[in-house]
Design a protein around this ligand. Structure first.
Ligand SMILES: [Fe+2]
Ligand SMILES: [Fe+2]
Length: 476
């Protein structure tokens, strides 16, 4: 699809929206996010269920008379047959019937049930592949078929288009609202001066340096030599990192059945390689946590996006075999580190930047160039140099939006690019993002993949990632 067709379609869509505004009043009610693969069914209570939807489809079904309602968040039309996920709730074909049964069990009656459907948008600049595969469209189609078969009336349906949606169900009134995520009200505006190269260098110097122990581990991973003895003493001496590692290990992202209460216990339960990844992640959490006003769309949003990209990069590395999984994890974790440098500038022009990336659909690095004269990929590679990261990481940070320009380890850069793209399409609502997915066929080919495998790749995203790092920052 050409840019002009995409922007025409977007403006027609916005016009349609303008004529059909939904009245969603912010209330004092408690909110609960429903992540991919999950559903919530409940009776009347003071709670609003919400789902942030990119390509995913969200469905609410209510029986107002019985005072029963619920929301399900679906990732794909059906299981692709490859992933380990096998969580029925991720797929329309298996998840929706389970959701409907749960509503019946809670007292809802088919004749009174009403459904609302939202999501399935193309999100971001659209490639030929998106249109060919139309994952969101196919998921919506299966949803429609199942609802029709069950004779459940569809009261409202907002699917497709080019913007993310926020689907909300008020469990007090059993009213559903569908809003574009681009409707988020603008905040900050103050005098803005483009940063000079000196300002950027100063900002880099202000960033809390990455702990030595994390650097040491990154170096070990790079050469494939894992020696716990070399770092064990250092970790135990550093109580802040120890506490952060234990918290991360026990978070829902990496949650284990058994609680971890010490580094030694973690080593026994998760092993050396996994513990090393936790140490690097926990070391970086502090740096990312300061990014809250510019790029993050929610508390801890950029760290969650980075962790998710790390885990998905690792999965893709394993699936394709083109790069060592632990190196892919580290590169995924660090890919957007430049946003930590630029966040303070973006937060001053948040309104304008939000519009450029989320409504005008300008690719994020283009919008940064236009507004700041500097991109997060450039800032990230400078920060990487100041931390003495190795060349393959610096090159991946620099080129993760245009991986064909990578020269040190192009496969690694392509893996991280693809993981980043998957996160932006299937884990909406965490950070400000607008990725270029042109040349997708060539980019997939670089790591031995073909476009028809895209659904399989989406299905590789661990469902813990789709559910978000809900315990990391007490978000839920
Ligand atoms: Fe990025
Ligand atoms: Fe990213």
């Amino acid at each position: 699809m050409s840019d002009s067709i995409a922007s025409l379609a977007a403006s027609v869509y916005l016009h349609k929206r303008a004529k059909n505004q939904y009245s969603f009043k912010e209330t004092e009610l408690r909110r609960e996010l429903v992540f991919s693969g999950n559903y919530v069914v409940s009776n009347k209570k003071e709670l609003v269920l919400e789902a942030c939807l990119g390509t995913c489809i969200g469905v609410t079904i209510c029986d107002k008379e019985a005072k029963v309602g619920g929301l399900i968040h679906l990732l794909l039309p059906e299981w692709t047959g490859y992933s380990k996920n096998r969580k029925p709730g991720l797929y329309a074909k298996t998840g929706l019937p389970i959701f409907i049964s749960a509503l019946y069990a809670a007292g809802a009656d088919k004749s009174r049930m009403e459904a609302c459907v939202a999501g399935g948008s193309l999100v971001g600049p659209v490639s030929e592949m998106d249109i060919d595969l139309d994952i969101g469209g196919r998921t919506a189609e299966i949803v429609r078929e199942i609802l029709e078969k069950e004779s459940i009336a569809v009261r409202q349906s907002e699917t497709g288009g080019f913007f993310g949606y926020r689907l909300s169900l008020d469990l007090k009134s059993f009213n559903t609202s569908i809003n574009l995520t681009a409707d988020r009200p603008a905040e900050r505006s103050k005098e803005f001066r483009k940063p000079t190269p000196d300002d950027i260098q100063r900002s880099i110097r202000m960033i809390r340096p990455i702990p030595q122990i994390a650097l040491k581990i990154i170096r070990m991973m790079n050469v494939g030599n894992y020696n716990m003895n070399e770092v064990a003493g250092e970790i135990k001496k550093d109580q802040i990192i120890t506490a952060a590692v234990i918290r991360l290990c026990n978070s829902s992202y990496f949650g284990l059945r058994e609680k971890i209460d010490s580094i030694n216990r973690a080593l026994i339960l998760i092993g050396e390689k996994h513990l090393f990844k936790m140490i690097v992640s926990a070391s970086l959490e502090q740096s990312f946590s300061n990014v809250e006003h510019g790029y993050s769309l929610c508390k801890g949003g950029l760290f969650q996006h980075s962790l998710g990209t790390a885990v998905v990069s690792e999965e893709l590395a394993r699936f394709t075999g083109v790069v060592q999984p632990e190196i892919a994890y580290t590169a995924g974790l660090l890919h957007d580190i430049g946003k930590v440098v630029l966040d303070q500038y973006i937060s001053s022009i948040y309104t304008f930047f939000y519009r450029r990336t989320q409504i005008d659909m300008v690719e994020i690095v283009e919008a940064e160039k236009e507004t700041l004269g500097f991109t997060h990929t450039e800032a990230g590679s400078l920060l990487g140099e100041s931390w003495s990261l190795n060349d393959r990481l610096i090159d991946t940070i620099r080129h993760h939006h245009h991986p064909e320009h990578a020269s040190v380890d192009p496969e690694l850069t392509h893996v991280v690019y693809l993981a980043d793209l998957l996160m932006s399409k299937f884990q909406a609502g965490h950070e400000l993002q607008c990725l270029n997915n042109g040349n997708i066929t060539l980019r997939l080919k670089k790591i031995g993949l073909i476009p028809s495998q895209f659904s399989t790749i989406v299905d590789l995203i661990p469902h813990k990632i789709l559910e978000g790092a809900i315990n990391l920052h007490g978000m839920r």
